[in-house]
Write a protein that binds this ligand. Structure first.
Ligand code: NAI
Ligand code: HIS
Ligand code: ZN
Length: 420
């Protein structure tokens, strides 16, 4: 394997700064509540807000500020996301079984969390699609109280109207004007205006993501869904234009985004590199995409597709595209990714908006052990057991013995009292 382009290494000093900055914001919001959130909105988003809560009238007005086609296409996307979420819900089942020990019943129930806070990013671009992804899925899962928040768009000095419309179509119960680490802290600890939530979901930039990491435990979090990434496995059969534009499609999200090409073809590398230069000059978002590619872009020339598979499984990217002459075979061998896009007609963009799979996905290698947002994110599989007098007798010997091995006398006695 040969690295033809490597990312600039990220500085540990910078990471430390991020941790400190976010910790300061989280503490401030925990202590001061609404006032801190509004101050930080002014500081980071440049907008002076009189309040955090967005009224239902403002949401209604937003419909007049967006094109009819936008509303219709958001409804189309919403239906796709709902369809797949409902199908996935069907595969979650409660369990109740008679144990092989007589007199013992075991089970789990599916219990949705009572409340969740959806974070909708809005710093660089309005992302109404992200509002659909979190809120619809929460509602299909049965969450009663779904709060949604987004930082203000500088142009509108309020949440972008398309985002407000998407939040409404998706079924948000409460909407708040706030973003960044301060929003995550407000959801976690509550403020004068916002009741704290049980679970926070949604993607965001490095500040949002670091805040989620820091508050995890005080509140539930979905996963670490940070700056966008794509890894493309391509061989000589790949279309260079598709590969180049798909790399840039994730890079344009954020200067911290990451594109990785893993290929068996040196010819493809040369073609893609030439196209990348051409496209970044053409795209209005080219500057961000070029910065992300320059800082974090990676090209690896591998000996064969087997090696490409091993690299992808090790890097565990958020999005993984396969553009080869053996798409199905390669795909089956892939094990670590947030979402997989098989074949040259399956760009990440479809999953970002309309195919129906969720686009809130784990980044930075966390796909090795976690998955994207789905109905299961919001549903606890909580266990129960019921033991009869006969069951108690049957379980008692092993239970009391193990309690005595651990030296836990009250455990042992709690069984003894029932069977002696
Ligand atoms: N992994 C996933 O599933 C997805 C990831 N994304 C990612 O979400 C991110 C969205 O990022 P943004 O557009 O920036 O919106 P954002 O809403 O995540 O962040 C904007 C907020 O960051 C805070 N902020 C900005 N500069 C700051 C500073 N110097 N100090 C402290 N706080 C600061 C501000 O409060 C601002 O409101 C991108 O990285 C994108 O790639 C988007 C969709 C899905
Ligand atoms: N590609 C983004 C999601 C997205 C929203 N809008 C467009 N794209 C991600 O999942 O990282
Ligand atoms: Zn995208």
């Amino acid at each position: 394997m040969k690295a033809l382009k490597t990312p600039k290494s990220s500085s540990i000093q910078q990471d430390h700064e991020l941790v400190e900055t976010v910790a300061g914001i989280v503490k401030k919001v925990q202590l001061e509540g609404d006032q801190a959130v509004m101050e930080l909105t002014k500081k980071f988003d440049g907008i002076d807000t009189g309040s955090i809560r967005v009224s239902s009238q403002e949401i209604k007005n937003a419909y007049n500020l967006v094109e009819k086609a936008t509303i219709e296409h958001l409804q189309y996307a919403a239906a796709q996301i709902k369809f797949f979420a409902e199908k996935q819900l069907e595969c979650l089942k409660p369990v109740e079984v008679a144990s092989n020990v007589a007199g013992v019943t075991l089970g789990h129930r599916l219990i949705p969390v009572k409340s969740c806070g959806a974070y909708i990013p809005g710093g660089r671009y309005p992302l109404p699609s992200s509002a659909l992804m979190s809120i619809i899925t929460a509602k299909v899962a049965g969450v009663k109280r779904v709060a949604a928040c987004c930082p203000p768009s500088r142009e509108h000095k309020a949440i972008h109207p398309a985002v407000l419309v998407a939040m409404d179509i998706a079924g948000a119960d409460e909407v708040y004007l706030m973003g960044g680490a301060q929003a995550i802290a407000a959801y976690t600890y509550g403020t004068q205006t916002i009741d704290k939530v049980d679970l926070i979901v949604g993607p965001g930039n490095k500040f949002v993501n670091e805040a989620k990491r820091q508050v995890m435990g005080a509140v539930g979090i979905d996963s670490l869904a940070g700056p966008s990434e794509v890894l493309i496995i391509a061989d000589e059969s790949a279309v260079p234009e598709y590969v180049a534009i798909d790399l840039l499609a994730q890079c344009e999200h954020d200067p911290s985004a990451r594109g990785i090409l893993v290929t068996t073809s040196e010819k493809l590398v040369a073609e893609v590199e030439a196209l990348l230069k051409q496209y970044v000059n053409m795209l209005p978002t080219g500057q961000t995409a070029a910065k992300a590619w320059e800082d974090n872009g990676h090209i690896l020339l591998v000996d064969d597709l087997e090696e490409a598979i091993a690299v992808a499984n090790e890097l565990a990217p958020e999005h993984l595209e396969v553009q080869t002459s053996k798409d199905d075979e390669v795909s089956k061998a892939l094990t670590n990714y947030g979402s997989l896009f098989i074949g040259k007609y399956t760009p990440v963009s479809f999953g970002d908006y309309v195919s129906g799979t969720n686009h809130i996905l784990p980044t930075a290698g966390t796909a090795k052990y976690s998955n994207g947002v789905w109905v299961g994110t919001f549903i606890k599989t909580s266990f129960y057991q019921k033991v009869s007098a006969e069951g108690a007798k049957n379980l008692s010997a092993a239970c009391m013995h193990l309690a005595s091995v651990e030296g836990l006398c009250a455990h042992q006695k709690s069984v003894a009292l029932r069977v002696e």
